[in-house]
Design a protein around this ligand. Structure first.
Ligand SMILES: CC(C)(COP(=O)(O)OP(=O)(O)OC[C@H]1O[C@@H](n2cnc3c(N)ncnc32)[C@H](O)[C@@H]1OP(=O)(O)O)[C@@H](O)C(=O)NCCC(=O)NCCS
Length: 180
């Protein structure tokens, strides 16, 4: 389907979200994450490992996914899961939108759907970690625009001069229903 203008006017009708992983998602995840130009090769490997683990073990892997499709192609995804030894805290492990599709509202849509699913699973707090480096300024802005607040900064966590920023958003069941 063509027509960028149409897409901008009614993007939500063209994106299809799905939860169930497919064998082809390992390659799709790799391609999406690589396309962002954001991640080191070893991080791309980790992104692929999580979907492979999920395909192998199913939901007991602890990794849950939301995929976004456009015209039959997977163009973005989120990966989340409950945090071990907590009652209702969840981690957002990955969120990525294929480079050509960024800036059209898909990241917000994927994140909103992920939060809704976490709330439905009984989750109440969604945590996301990102780097404090200037390269990640847009990512931090994205999370702030999507309702996340900076809960903690761990100086020199990733490397000297590279802090870890921990963001959180509180969700609840009523809020999840209202979003449906
Ligand atoms: C971060 C990412 C998931 C955002 O997805 P997206 O589809 O591009 O973002 P959206 O179009 O949904 O934007 C949502 C909001 O964030 C803001 N935002 C998004 N990208 C931004 C940028 N580069 N600079 C400033 N603000 C930005 C938008 O202005 C929008 O705010 P608004 O709706 O209040 O106007 C995507 O850009 C991406 O995959 N980036 C590379 C990987 C990454 O950083 N992943 C997250 C950390 S693991």
């Amino acid at each position: 389907m063509s027509g960028g203008g149409l897409r901008r006017e009614s993007p939500n009708e063209e994106w299809k979200l799905r939860e169930k992983p497919r064998e082809s998602d390992a390659a799709a995840v790799r391609s999406i994450v690589e396309s962002t130009g954001f991640f080191h090769p070893y991080e791309v490997d980790v992104a692929e490992e999580l979907i492979v683990e999920r395909l192998r073990k199913g939901p007991s892997s602890g990794y849950h996914f939301v995929f976004a499709m456009l015209d039959g192609e997977t163009i973005g995804y989120a990966c989340h899961g409950p945090i071990a030894c907590t009652q209702c805290s969840h981690d957002l492990y990955w969120l990525a939108v294929a480079s050509p599709q960024q800036g059209k509202g898909l990241g917000r849509r994927l994140l909103g759907e992920t939060e809704r699913r976490i709330a439905t699973m009984g989750g109440r707090r969604v945590y996301v970690e990102t780097s404090g480096r200037p390269q990640y300024a847009a990512t931090r802005t994205f999370y702030e625009r999507c309702g996340y607040r900076l809960e903690a900064t761990l100086d020199d966590f990733y490397a000297p001069g590279d802090s870890k920023c921990v963001y959180v958003r509180v969700v609840d069941a009523g809020w999840a229903q209202a979003k449906q």
